[in-house]
Design a protein around this ligand. Sequence first.
Ligand code: 3PG
Length: 430
Amino acid sequence: MLPCRSQRRTKPLGYADKGESTKDFNTLEDFNFKDKTVLLRVDINCPLNKKDLRILNDARIRSIVPTVRELMGKKAKVVILAHQSRKGAWDFIGLEQHAALLSKNLNAPVKYVNDVIGDQAKKAISQMEPGEAVLLGNVRELDCESVSAEMVVHAEAELVTELFPLIDYYVCDAFGAAHRSQCSLVGFQVRVPSASGRLMARELYALKTILGKPKQPSVFILGGAKFGDVPYMIDRVLTSGIADTVIVVGLAGNAFLLARGVDIGGASSKALADELTEENFQAARDVLTKHGQKILLPVDVAVERDGRRVCVRTGDLPTAEPALDIGDQSIAKFRKVILSSKTSFMSGPAGMFEKSGFEIGTKQLMMAMVESKGLSVLGGGHTSGAAERFDLADRVSYMSTGGGALEAFLLQEPLPVIEALKHSKVKFGS
Ligand code: 3PG
């Protein structure tokens, strides 16, 4: 059984660019940050080029610029904390490039310190002047950051106990990670007065405004590499009726084909890496059994053969080459469903869109979202990166920096970061 578990607004939405509508938690207006040390948690987890580990798209970095600029302008000492990927993954790297890109977008220096709680980090913080910004190292270097726990537990974690004596305020602008209950996201709110940043407030406000009640028929397109989250997401959106149909593409689509008994071949299976656990696989089988025809899987895939895109029907699999995209028949089938929907939501690309010839699936599904008369919402770092690359970012109804966080929001699940910010307001006031 399945267990429970650019920032850019585009089509005019008819609301002012203002913050969260309730005042259950503090925002930047609520404190005087002058000369104070502020720990700012952001989500600048970016898609990287596998070959040279360069950042492919800096949309998430651009999205936090207003908050950083405002805090610097208010003469705070801004200590920025962030993660990139997960320990053990190929794109788990330090944040030097992120600091350089933030600095470029801010047009102000952002010093990078490749340390989180050690002497180097503490020294850098103690030497800061008002109006300066420092980005610390990848917070997921710390073991305590990979634990999911209650905020009171995290308030005792090493990260929090080492840093909170050095700061006056904690500001969270990491909307993309708001569904995670990790210590950098929920532990500090128990220790110091805290507020949401501009991006967090803006995302919540915009999403509440446009996604209060998604119109039916509603289709969810779930792709990307985080296959482990997908069966649970499908079960929740279909059981709750938020979605009428779910289309599964990308690496997640390959994994679902495998779960349906299709031999996708060793190369495609290998690309699924650590996500292909027995537990995830069983969850996919269960959700396929439970929801049957409401889950649409690719009927063909695209592989690279002699330097060309070649489509192979799933009945003709396996192939020696890995599937890099959905095939043309799948595209045609999925486009029809999307075009007749009143709400479409996409999180995760349909294929390796960075590679010429294999962007077609992702691009065509996004085009259908734009062409449909309904509301179109994109979420997640890779998806928004792809939309910018295809020049479609300005044509969808809303593009969120959150992937998993946006999904949790759509499912009306409490976001741990918001709960912790509320707790902080009750504890410390405004
Ligand atoms: C994301 O990209 O969805 C966020 O940065 C959270 O990353 P995670 O899924 O690795 O926690």
